[in-house]
Design a protein around this ligand. Structure first.
Ligand code: 3DU
Length: 212
C-alpha cells in the first residue's frame, strides 16, 4: 500500500460530522485513514464509501477480525463490499481463521494486514509471547502486510526481523500511547496516529508537526 507521508489517521470519532470535520482539516497531509469499531458502529459501514467519495482516501478497516474461519469470511465480505481497501485481522486465532480473511481480500484484490503484537501494556501478558509465532505464520501464509507496536521498538524490530525488509509494517501507538514517530519509522513503513491528531486543538497543525 502506498501511504502519503507514511501517516495513517486513526479516525476513532463518534459521528460522521466529526469525521468529515477532521478529514477536511488534514486532507492535505493524509490520504489513508483507519476506521475502527467506534465510527463504524456509530455510522454503519456506509461511512467507508462516504469518506472515500468525499476525500479520495484509502480506508483500512481495523476490525481486528478474530473469529472462526466461516465467520471471518462473512465479516471480510461485508467490509470489502462496503468499499474498504484493507482489513486488519488478528493472528492469534490461527492459520485457518487468517486464511479465510486472506482469501476474501485476494478475491476483492484488496489487502489484509495481520496484527502481530498490540501496542498497549496489557498486550505483554498474552499476545507478546505469541507474536513472533504469529509473524512467522504470516510469512508462511504469504502475507505481506503487518501491524506491530510503536510503543516497544525492540519488539517492533524483532517482528521486522521475522517478516523481513520487503514486508509492509504499519504501527499504532505514536503520541498518546507514548511512541515516537521518527524512531518508529526507522523500522516501520507507516505510523497510525489517532488522538494526537483528532483531539488536537488544531488537527492540521498537529499533522504538520508530526510530519516534521
Ligand atoms: O492511540 P491513538 O489514539 O493514536 O490510536 C491508535 C489507533 O490504533 C486506535 O484506533 C487503536 O484502536 C489502534 N490500535 C492500537 O492502538 C494498537 C494496536 O495494537 C492495534 C490497533
Amino acid at each position: 500500500m502506498n501511504i502519503k507521508n507514511n501517516l495513517i489517521l486513526a479516525l476513532d470519532v463518534g459521528s460522521e460530522s466529526e469525521a468529515i470535520d477532521i478529514c477536511e482539516k488534514v486532507k492535505e497531509s493524509i490520504d489513508t485513514i483507519k476506521i475502527g469499531y467506534p465510527l463504524a458502529l456509530a455510522e454503519g459501514l456506509e461511512i467507508i464509501k462516504k469518506l472515500k467519495d468525499k476525500f479520495g482516501f484509502k480506508v483500512i478497516c481495523d476490525f481486528k477480525v478474530a473469529d472462526i474461519d466461516a465467520t471471518n469470511e462473512k465479516i471480510c465480505e461485508e467490509t470489502f463490499k462496503a468499499g474498504a481497501d484493507a482489513i486488519i485481522c488478528h493472528g492469534f486465532v490461527g492459520p485457518d481463521s487468517v486464511q479465510a480473511c486472506l482469501d476474501v481480500a485476494n478475491k476483492y484484490e484488496k489487502e489484509l494486514f495481520l496484527l502481530t503484537e498490540m501496542s498497549h501494556p496489557g498486550a505483554k501478558k498474552f499476545l507478546q509471547p505469541a507474536a513472533d509465532e504469529i509473524a512467522k505464520m504470516g510469512i508462511k501464509m504469504g502475507i505481506t502486510n503487518y501491524v506491530a507496536p510503536a510503543t516497544r521498538l525492540d519488539r517492533l524490530q524483532d517482528i521486522r526481523n521475522i517478516v523481513g525488509e520487503d514486508a509492509y509494517i504499519i504501527s499504532p501507538g505514536v503520541g498518546k500511547q507514548g511512541g515516537d514517530g521518527k524512531k518508529t519509522l526507522e523500522i516501520s513503513n507507516a505510523i497510525i496516529v489517532g488522538r494526537s491528531i483528532y483531539e488536537a486543538e488544531n488537527p492540521k497543525e498537529a499533522c504538520e508537526n508530526l510530519l516534521k
